[in-house]
Design a protein around this ligand. Structure first.
Ligand code: NAD
Length: 339
């Protein structure tokens, strides 16, 4: 069996972590033909857009993609390629597991959380404008029953399939009464169809505090778009940071895998950052493809290298300026050797 996968290396640290991932996945022996497609600021001059149609076409054709992070300018410039890609392909579920690793410096051990984030609407609908130039601006937060229902259903189906015990819907329904009221009511209706899984809900601010103090009380979290974006970084922090946390954007018959972290521009080209978040996004891709044995081998090789603590990048050392930290590609080499 061989697969064709669209690979978007991204920019900033993207190309470095993507090539590390590619080498590790190739070393499993699973036959993947990588269809490399470029997106982001670097292609605007050539195609007039940071997300050319042929990139989307490649993912539509192959049904599976994996990408490095892509920079989005703050407060000006083009819309996020990452958000636009998820919307264009209707990759409605953003799945971000946050699991403790033995050997990773982190506030807790034994954390095992899954963040399920709605990926297509909410406050990231990109409908915003100035009302009075330089004085007032507004953004529109769109919540629909359809998107709420399918994301909560995704969270429950995931819980059933993976032997999870509890789903928590996170919201701000006390203030955003209409939008999050609709979200929460829809969540409650879907929850009633899954009596075998415990269901509860939490107001977002309280939930953040409890996650920091008692993360073990949570299991699967399901959130609207922006809350999910923020809480998934919080959960990444609970298990050792963005360097180890993978992600997947999943639609009806198409999926694009990517780390939770961004393009960390200050580290571009330094062979310094941790490739594990992208390698573990590759593990999620292997699982999605049904290559569960290869996926398990990579995951356990990653765990072994991190547990040994020798061939790891700076962020996994007790002190970030530890001179024994290795580079991105050297950590990938150690993972390949451990396979
Ligand atoms: P970031 O995730 O790029 O970096 C924040 C910090 O996290 C870094 O300075 C670094 O200390 C740490 N970090 C990130 N990745 C790491 C790794 N692999 N190994 C070790 N440490 C790592 O977040 P940011 O600085 O807020 O965003 C930078 C750019 O990335 C922005 O343009 C943003 O829009 C974009 N972004 C893209 C995506 C995506 O492509 N899906 C996601 C988030 C942010």
């Amino acid at each position: 069996m061989s697969y064709t996968v669209t690979l978007i290396p991204g920019d900033g640290i993207g190309p470095e972590v993507s090539s590390a991932m590619q080498r590790v996945i190739d070393a499993t022996g699973v036959k993947i033909e990588w269809e490399v497609q470029l997106a982001g600021e670097a292609v605007i001059e050539r195609y007039g857009t940071p997300l050319p149609e042929h990139v989307l076409e490649s993912i539509r054709r192959n049904k599976v993609g994996i990408k490095g992070p892509i920079t989005t300018p703050v407060g000006k410039g083009f819309r996020s390629v990452n958000v636009a890609l998820r919307k264009a392909l209707d990759l409605y579920a953003n799945l971000r597991p946050a699991v403790s690793f033995e050997g990773v410096p982190a506030p807790y051990q034994g954390v095992d959380l899954v963040v399920v984030r709605e990926n297509t609407e909410g406050l990231y609908s990109s409908i915003e404008h100035e009302v009075i130039a330089g004085e007032a601006a507004e953004a529109i937060r769109i919540i629909t029953r359809r998107a709420s229902e399918r994301i909560v259903r995704f969270a429950f189906d995931y819980a059933v399939k993976h032997g999870r015990k509890q789903v928590t819907a996170v919201h701000k329904g006390n203030i955003l009464k209409v939008t999050d009221g609709l979200y929460l009511n829809t969540a409650k209706q879907v929850a009633a169809e899954y009596p075998q899984i415990a269901f509860n809900d939490r107001i977002i601010d309280n939930c953040c505090m409890q996650l920091v103090q008692r993360p073990h009380e949570y299991d699967v979290l399901v959130l609207t778009n922006m809350f999910g974006d923020i809480v998934s970084d919080l959960c990444a922090g609970l298990v050792g940071g963005l360097g180890v946390t993978p992600g997947a954007n999943i639609g009806v018959d198409t999926a694009v895998f990517e780390p939770v972290h961004g393009s960390a521009p200050k580290y571009t080209g330094q062979n310094k950052v941790n490739p594990v978040a992208t390698i573990r996004s590759g593990v999620m891709m292997l699982e999605y493809l049904g290559e569960t044995e290869a996926a398990a081998r990579v995951e356990s090789a990653v765990r072994k290298v991190i547990r040994e603590g020798k061939s790891v990048t700076y962020d996994l050392k007790a002190h970030r300026d530890d001179p024994t930290a290795v580079g991105t590609q050297e950590m990938a080499d150690a993972i390949i050797a451990a396979l």
